[in-house]
Design a binder for this molecule. Structure first.
Ligand SMILES: [Zn+2]
Length: 535
């Protein structure tokens, strides 16, 4: 049993390094939502991005300050000063300080090859860049973590120089030196030795951190052996997102250290939120959750029914390496995202809907969720759709409007080689018993439908003016040749106070979009009318 005095800090880099993954694109709103999920889970540090690199990250930092932080501390990432220049006029260092982040991760070179070939400067100048940049940020009252890039390759080539870079950062005021396996090729045996040597060489009180990529399929293993060898700061990304083969999967690291090494990384009882958090982030990333992902995947504790079924029921612990409930997952025969009575009851409880005292309603909701998930719905992120589903099943939803029908015309006009898109939608509703017809125009059919729906409701519900559509995500499910492809649409709406997400599923993208749009508007109206029941 490792010593518990060895408190390990969890540092999430989903929003910076993880976002380098091909096909992953977070909007600022997505980044803020991921931040809240990670903060709720209870990681220690959330690295929000690189404020000096693009205006999107700068905007994120400006808005992240106002989030209701509960556990985590925000970190900003950026490079040391440029060769031959001062720290005072360095725009990147300025952006880091302007971000307001209490922690700054400064990345610098630790491999001689990179100093002379990539940076094209002298070995001495690189050490000065590290020391002066760290001192500059520390003098501004920020906590500094020094990310020693390519550390393991650099240590293999010239251990004295790699160590000199780490020591320069520590001496200048960095309280954490992060050994980065930037190319991801290191193997656990070498990692354990290097971490042990560096931890012994650095002054007492300096945290040794690690950051691994999965190019040798060892990122999680390397993280675990590094902690055993003395690292007390471990970096990773949600679901192992990241460029090439990905970053170390922070969730597998946390589960491994908590369940197998007896360490405490998350606040009390938060490990059970791991699976829901992983799936919610996958939805925001618009990437299909990996069913085979350790601990949190839909198939991580799934066994094909048959021969073993009765034995599994008798002794579940004989067929799985940990109790799936510890990480919020479950043993299952049929793979489903939310299925399971306890999950549904807990989700309803989160929304202030009590299904515990009405077991019959609970059963109906559970059956409905299973049925809908089978059709392609996903409720991890679509809280508002789940809320509406429970109210519908309870017979407690009187919708302020009913759809009679809609029609959309999609038009593309080409003049002198330039094309413009204009769609027109006609929506027919029944509002408080009366028939209402409205026309809307927009760029594309979904925008036009949204406009028409709002116009149809504008007279009776002026409060809708405050409700905006802030995000729209489409995913094609199961599009293999020969099978029926289904479209899932997630719509996020906001009213300046809060935001909520709804889901629609259909063979047809417009039908799926309408369903998500209409539920988003309906939920917005219910919020205004019954604010007490919505969190
Ligand atoms: Zn990296």
């Amino acid at each position: 049993m490792p010593s518990t005095a060895h408190r390990v800090e969890t540092y999430d880099t989903t929003l910076r390094d993880g976002a380098q993954q091909v096909g992953l694109q977070f909007t600022v709103a997505d980044k803020l939502r991921v931040t809240r999920l990670l903060d709720d889970l209870g990681v220690d540090v959330v690295e929000g991005g690189w404020p000096g690199s693009n205006p999107k990250d700068a905007e994120y930092f400006a808005r992240a300050r106002d989030l209701p932080w509960r556990h985590a501390t925000l970190s900003a990432f950026g490079a040391t000063r440029r060769p031959g220049r001062g720290v005072d006029d360095d725009p990147n260092l300025r952006a880091l300080l302007d971000s307001g982040a209490p922690i700054v991760a400064l990345v610098g070179k630790a491999w001689t090859l990179h100093v002379t070939e990539a940076l094209r400067t002298s070995l001495e100048e690189n050490l000065a860049m590290v020391a002066e940049s760290v001192a500059h940020v520390a003098a501004a009252g920020r906590r500094v973590a020094f990310d020693a890039e390519h550390f393991f390759d650099g240590y293999a080539a010239d251990s004295a120089y790699a160590l000199a870079a780490a020591e320069a950062a520590a001496a200048a005021g960095a309280d954490t030196v992060v050994l980065c396996d930037t190319n991801g090729g290191s193997l656990p045996t070498a990692v354990a030795r290097v971490v042990r040597e560096v931890a012994a060489a650095l002054p007492a009180g300096i945290r040794v951190g690690v950051h691994f990529h999965d190019d040798s399929a060892c990122a999680v293993a390397n993280s675990l052996v590094a902690v055993e060898a003395g690292a007390s700061h471990v970096q990773g990304a949600a679901n192992g997102y990241g460029e090439r083969c990905g970053n170390a999967d922070l969730f597998a690291i946390v589960a491994g250290l908590e369940l197998k090494q007896g360490l405490k990384l998350l606040p009390q009882d938060r490990l059970a939120a791991l699976t829901a958090t992983a799936h919610a982030i996958a939805e925001l990333a618009n990437l299909p959750p990996d069913h085979r992902q350790p601990y949190v995947g839909g198939a991580a504790f799934a066994t094909k029914a048959g021969l073993h079924a009765s034995a599994i029921a008798r002794r579940a612990d004989a067929y799985s390496h940990v109790d799936p409930a510890r990480v919020g997952n479950q043993a299952r025969v049929l793979v489903s995202e939310l299925a399971g009575r306890s999950n549904v009851l807990a989700k309803a409880g989160e929304l202030g809907l009590d299904l515990v005292t009405d077991p019959e309603l609970g059963t109906r909701v559970l059956d409905r969720v299973k049925e809908l998930e089978h059709e392609g719905y996903a409720f991890e992120v679509a809280d508002a759709s789940f809320d509406l589903l429970v109210r519908r099943e309870a017979g407690a939803l009187r919708s302020p409007f009913d759809l009679e029908g809609y029609r959309v015309v999609v038009e593309r006009r080409v003049e002198d080689g330039d094309g413009t898109d204009l769609s027109e939608a006609t929506v027919r509703l029944r509002v408080d018993g009366e028939r209402v017809l409205a026309v809307g125009e927009g760029v594309g059919p979904v925008h036009a439908l949204d406009q028409a729906l709002r116009r149809a409701l504008a007279d009776r519900h002026p409060e809708l003016e405050a409700v905006r559509l802030v995000d729209y995500k489409v995913r094609i499910l199961d599009g293999r040749a020969g099978t029926r492809a289904v479209t899932r649409v997630l719509v996020t709406s906001a009213d300046g106070e809060d935001e909520w997400t709804t889901v629609g599923v259909s063979d047809d993208i417009v039908t799926a979009s309408w369903e998500a749009l209409a539920d988003g508007v309906l939920y917005g109206l219910l919020r205004v009318r019954q604010p007490a029941v919505v969190p």
